[in-house]
Design a protein around this ligand. Structure first.
Ligand code: SME
Length: 167
């Protein structure tokens, strides 16, 4: 499905538009990998402030790189390590205004300056995280957190993510 987004709109307007698009873009009968990839592509296309966006998917005590857009990234993160592993551990969204001030931040891309990580919980288990980076300091706020958590809720309602198999 082709999507055109007016990048001159406000961030709130773009988030609102993305939500409407997602309701059509995410198709329960399609493959999970296809839906996750399209979600990532939509967000990368919609927000110029995003330098990297992707999923890390949990298996036992590790997170593994899933569908993403941006520069090549680390493929494995231990639960508890970095911003992603910490978010998975405490099961809360983490906003990092300046990655240099987050002890243990894992620098996959040296141009990354701020980051937001949203945990994805299915059946009370951590399924994985959504990780978003920006090359500017302080790119993410509670406004982003609220919209991103709403998007993740939509994804988890439409897709049986727990059926996704890491091989
Ligand atoms: N910065 C993340 C690692 C993943 S990359 O940003 C893609 C972290 O500290 O967990």
């Amino acid at each position: 499905m082709q999507v055109a987004i007016d990048l001159n709109k406000s961030e709130v307007e773009i988030y609102e538009e993305c939500f409407v698009i997602l309701e059509h873009l995410i198709i329960s009968s399609d493959k999970i990998i296809s839906n996750l990839s399209n979600y990532i592509a939509l967000m990368k296309q919609a927000f110029s402030k995003i330098s990297w966006i992707g999923f890390y998917i949990r298996e036992n005590d590790k997170l593994f790189l899933g569908p993403f857009q941006g520069k090549t990234a680390c493929t494995e993160i231990l639960i508890g390590n970095g911003v992603c592993g910490t978010s998975a551990h405490i099961r809360e969204t983490i906003i990092v205004n300046n990655v240099n001030e987050f002890a243990g931040h894992i620098a996959c891309d040296s141009s990354s300056k701020s980051e937001i990580v949203i945990p994805i919980i299915i059946n009370e288990q951590v399924w994985g995280v959504l990780d978003i980076d920006s090359s500017a300091i302080g790119s993410f706020s509670t406004m982003d957190k609220n919209y991103l958590e709403k998007q993740i809720e939509l994804l988890t309602k439409k897709l049986n993510l727990d059926e996704f198999v890491l091989q």
